[in-house]
Structure formats: C-alpha cells, structure tokens
Design a protein around this ligand. Structure first.
Ligand code: MG
Ligand code: MG
Length: 286
C-alpha cells in the first residue's frame, strides 16, 4: 500500500505529521529489533535480581548484554549520563545512577530503565521490580503503575490524541489513590532517544496535543508516587527523589501507533522465559 493520502497506513517514506516523525514499515521493523533487545535485557534482569546485588552489577550486566546483542546502550553518555541503565530504589523517582554502594535489600522497590540503539534506532523501556517480599502498599503502587501504563496504551490508535492517553493515565492513577509525577513525560522515540512529541501523563494545556497517526513511535512512561507528586534532584545532578521520601514506581513501553491501534514494541511477554543469567559480579567478588 502506498503512503499517499490514506491516513490509516504506515508511510512508504519518512514523513512528519504535526512535527512528529512517522516511521516507515522498514524503520518500524528495525525499531522492533531495537525494542526486543531492550525487552530481553529487562526480562533477564527481572529473572536475576536478588538481595545482595548492587545496581552497578545490574548495569554491568545490561551493558555487556546490549552490546552482545549487537546494539549500543542508549543511555550511556546521553547528556553525560554515566551508565547503561537508570536504577532507582524506593523513593528515587527517575535517573538514578547505578552504584556499587546501592546494594539491593529484601523489601526494596527497584526501577530499571534502559535503552538500546540498533541500526540507527532506539528502544526504551522501564520496569519496577520487588526485591523479595515488599509491603502491601508497594505492591499496590507497582500494580497501579503498570495499570496506568496499560490504560494509556489502550488509548493508542489513529485519530486519538495525546490528551486521550494522558487522561486515561491520570484517571487510572487517581482512582488507585496515588499521584502522578508531572515534571517528567514520555516522548517520541526513534532515530533519537527523545524526540517529539512530549507524551504527558496528566491533562494539560501546556504541552502540544497532537492526533496520533500510524508510524508514530511513542515511549509512554507514567511515574507514580505513593505520596506527594513533588520531587527534587540530588546533588549528583541526576537522581530525582520524592520530597516526602514516599515510594515511587514506573513502567514504560515503546509503542507503535499501528494502522488499527497499537503494537507494544518492548513487550516482554512474548519472549521466552530466560535462563536465570549468571550474574557478572556479586558484591565481594572483586
Ligand atoms: Mg526509559
Ligand atoms: Mg523514556
């Protein structure tokens, strides 16, 4: 099918709509591969996390795995970020720098966000994981974060708008009794890790609303706090934490606006259950 004037098919050559790049079928196929690398790494990290591992151990694993799969870590060096994953524990909201000193303990809530750059395109995804058994509130927060992401994704189809996504996310989070962090948004993703549009998570008129079109590829990533939505940045200039020390959780997927709805490019569920990977380094082993 040609791109032509039909607005319900993927474009046959690269085009823009409302300032947003529409990917061609060939480009989407490469993005599927980039996103699958991200999903693979996150699924393996999910299988391997346990108390005693440090977030630096997870970062080392992610970097060698992404490179082993023929890609480059999207985050490493991005605006100077020093690692291949963002690792946030408990009240850390976003952009946590992995550290040997951040050793996971039973009861921690861990967010792992990573990206892979493959043949010119990025994939981007984030998961929240419970380290051992976590509190009932932490469990509810995790479940609400995942539900909010899927409520947003459910609105992805040609003709709907970013406000449809944001409204569904906001309603989902509010009904669960948690707050949405407003200072950070999702984004377009493709040739650039972050590109137009900003995919906001609450109803706002401060950011451009756009109509979704086939070929748009969006990273949807609501962040939920158990308490206040207010955050602050630590002295390392990266790590963002909740002001009231309450827990924070986030899930993110890279999603294609398809001809009929959506395709979750970073879907982990379609991947086989990983062998539990041998951890590269355990604390005390170096
Ligand atoms: Mg991300
Ligand atoms: Mg992202």
């Amino acid at each position: 099918m040609s791109g032509g004037r039909d607005r319900t098919t993927l474009p046959s050559r690269r085009r823009r709509a409302q300032g947003v790049e529409l990917k061609t079928a060939e480009e989407v196929e490469i993005m599927r591969q980039a996103a699958t690398i991200v999903a693979t790494v996150l699924k393996e990290i999910e299988a391997m996390v346990e108390p005693g591992l440090s977030t630096a151990d997870l970062d080392a694993y992610a970097e060698q795995r992404i490179r082993g799969l023929g890609a480059t870590p999207s985050f490493k060096g991005y605006h100077g970020f020093p690692a291949s994953i963002c690792a946030c524990v408990n009240d850390q909201v976003v952009h946590g720098i992995p550290s040997k000193r951040q050793v996971l303990r039973r009861g921690d809530l861990l967010k792992v966000d990573t990206g892979a750059y493959y043949q010119g395109f990025h994939g981007d995804s984030c998961i929240t994981l419970a380290i051992g058994e976590v509190s009932p509130k932490a469990q509810r927060l995790m479940a609400a974060a995942e539900a909010a992401l899927y409520a947003g994704i459910d609105q992805v189809k040609p003709g709907n708008t970013l406000l449809d996504i944001a409204g569904a996310i906001e309603d989902s989070v509010v009904s669960a009794g948690f707050s949405v962090v407003e200072g950070f948004t999702g984004h377009g993703v493709g040739r650039n890790l972050h590109e137009a549009p900003s995919v906001f998570n609450v109803r706002t008129r401060e950011l451009p609303n756009i109509t979704l079109r086939p070929g748009m590829t969006l990273a949807i990533e609501p962040i939920l706090n158990a308490g206040s939505k207010q955050t602050r940045t630590l002295k390392d200039q990266w790590t963002v934490v909740t002001v009231d020390r309450s827990l924070s959780a986030q899930f993110e997927h890279t999603v294609l606006v398809s001809e009929t709805g959506y395709e979750i490019l970073t879907d982990r569920d379609r991947l086989p259950t990983p062998e539990i990977p041998a951890v590269a380094t355990k604390p005390g082993s170096r």
